[in-house]
Design a protein around this ligand. Structure first.
Ligand SMILES: [Zn+2]
Length: 76
């Protein structure tokens, strides 16, 4: 489900959390976030900056880069 909120760690869109104590979750970071922790569309410049850093981090680890514009998908 789209939330229009973004992960403060990797900049990806967050999903609704399965954990009732939190509201949002990021599969990429494996973390849950409260309402005030995530970024909104109005914070997009910060989100883009975080994505840039995240992209460089993944690249330097030689990892596979999943789209930073979509919620992280867990492959089974
Ligand atoms: Zn994240």
């Amino acid at each position: 489900m789209k939330t229009r909120r973004f992960c403060p760690k990797c900049g990806r869109p967050v999903l609704k959390s399965q954990n009732r104590e939190y509201i949002f979750q990021c599969n990429a970071c494996d973390e849950d976030f409260c309402r005030f922790e995530v970024f909104r569309k109005t914070d997009l410049s910060q989100v883009l900056q975080i994505r840039k850093v995240e992209f460089e981090n993944i690249k330097s680890r030689g990892g596979y880069i999943q789209s930073l514009k979509k919620p992280f998908h867990i492959f089974n």
